[in-house]
Design a protein around this ligand. Structure first.
Ligand code: PLP
Length: 433
């Protein structure tokens, strides 16, 4: 006997099979493959506002938003217009354009600790370059980071911590040599005692501390009240630089990023995502005396064929200008607050332990009975329940990041209707998971 109804292959599944033949794992960035949650990734055909449609025509409310790069949602008219206007003039010149200065001016005006800025094409490049500059400027080698913070895939920051208060980093990936991470240390996020301990032992060797001022890559974990001030105090008193990796938080948690929100002045800042509005733009910037050490005004080398690409600059300018409109960040805050509250309320009704957080246009949750303040806590959350919840949401048209260790995002296009629909899905999904 045969069962004709048994196997239906979706277009997404076909697309994934085809992609796997020519692209490792079928994706160009690992988390897209649904490895953490199981199942087959949806291949996306188009997006508009808060919504995306996959190649099978299924509609989803999107809380990934290109991992935070779309604060205005998909295909915002201002971004579409800016890109269209520029593309007919030429996509890339490899020579300076006024667009670069315009976006740089917007960033310098918005970010309290950024006096000069250099554009690159990815957050990875921004971090790599900021670290090189910090080492050159201080003449020191050590970089201190925090477990669970992601700073891109450059060798020096692909480090997991060993046991103990602070261990020398071990490479997180084959292909990263022990030498490449020998000068990187990693300690737990929000652990001021570990921080004091490392500075007491090795403060004179530390070139820079790099931190996500709001951690968004272990799920959403907020900094404790004294954590960032302690890093600022210790770096300043030991002659080390403070690098805020605001690739995720810059122009997202507030117009001036986390440095404005928490009133802390880092020496260097890494930016990405929002400042390109969905096109490949990232940047590093900071004190002018440091930034002038970059070539060609200084000796520290860094370059890029597509750095400051005109199409990307045009989209970034349009996005930053729209984000500067009154009420924009308030709208994001309200939306992310309602979503985080909604998850908490549904979980409470169903007796499911949960921790939630929201800041600016980011929000997140852990299925955990304990507050989550670091990566160890994040990993202790109920991962199996997350997987079930994720799929229960996906099946009902809500597209969350496919990993318990990612933040969720909102855009200004997430109006009441989408949010209400999402909250109703959360209620059903908590019950189903
Ligand atoms: N830094 C942070 C805080 C990030 O969230 C990311 C990416 O998610 C990066 C750096 C790396 O950026 P990119 O993926 O553009 O290389």
């Amino acid at each position: 006997m045969t069962d004709d109804s048994a196997v239906t292959v979706t277009r997404s599944e076909e697309a994934f099979a085809a992609a796997q033949r020519v692209i490792p794992g079928g994706v160009n960035s690992p988390v897209r493959a649904f490895g953490s949650v199981g199942g087959s990734p949806r291949f996306i055909a188009r997006g508009k506002g808060a919504l995306v449609w996959d190649v099978d025509g299924t509609e989803f409310a999107d809380y990934v938003l290109s991992w935070g790069a779309l604060p205005l949602g998909h295909a915002h008219p201002a971004a579409v217009e800016a890109i269209s206007r520029q593309v007919v003039r030429g996509a890339s010149f490899g020579a300076p354009t006024e667009l670069e200065t315009e976006l740089a001016e917007l960033i310098v005006a918005a970010m309290p600790a950024v006096e000069m800025v250099r554009f690159v094409s990815s957050g990875t490049e921004a971090v790599m370059s900021a670290i090189r500059l910090a080492r050159a400027a201080t003449g020191r080698h050590l970089i201190l980071k925090f477990d669970g913070c992601y700073h891109g895939h450059a060798d020096a920051v692909l480090v997991s911590a060993g046991s103990g208060i602070a261990t020398l980093g071990l490479p997180d990936s084959p292909g990263v040599t022990a030498g490449a991470v020998r000068d990187t240390m990693s300690i737990p996020y929000n652990d001021e005692a570990a921080l004091e301990h490392v500075f007491a032992r090795r403060g004179g060797e530390i070139a820079a501390v790099i931190v996500e001022p709001v951690a968004g890559n272990m799920g959403l974990v907020l900094p404790g009240a004294n954590f960032l001030p302690a890093i600022r105090r210790l770096t300043a008193s030991h002659g080390a630089l403070l690098i805020f990796d605001e690739v995720m938080t810059g122009a997202r948690v507030a117009a001036g990023g986390a440095q404005a929100l928490f009133a802390i002045q880092p020496d260097l800042t890494c930016l990405g995502k929002v400042i390109g509005g969905g096109l490949p733009v990232a940047a590093y910037g900071g004190r002018a005396d440091l930034m002038r050490q970059m070539a060609p005004s200084g000796a520290v080398y860094q370059a890029g064929t597509l750095s400051g690409n005109p199409l990307a600059m045009a989209c970034g300018i349009a996005t930053m200008r729209e984000m500067a409109r009154p009420g924009c960040y308030e709208k994001l805050r309200q939306a992310s607050g309602r979503l985080a509250d909604g998850v908490r309320e549904s979980c409470t009704r169903h007796g499911v332990p949960v921790q939630t957080a929201a800041v600016g246009g980011m929000w997140g949750f852990f299925f955990s009975s304990e507050p989550v303040t670091d990566f160890t806590g994040a990993k202790r959350s109920d991962i199996a329940r997350f997987r079930r919840f994720f799929h229960a949401c996906l099946d009902r048209g809500v597209y969350l990041p496919p990993s318990p260790f990612e933040s969720c995002f909102v855009s200004t296009a997430h109006g009441n209707d989408v949010i209400e629909r999402t909250l109703a899905v959360f209620e059903l999904a908590v019950a189903a998971s």
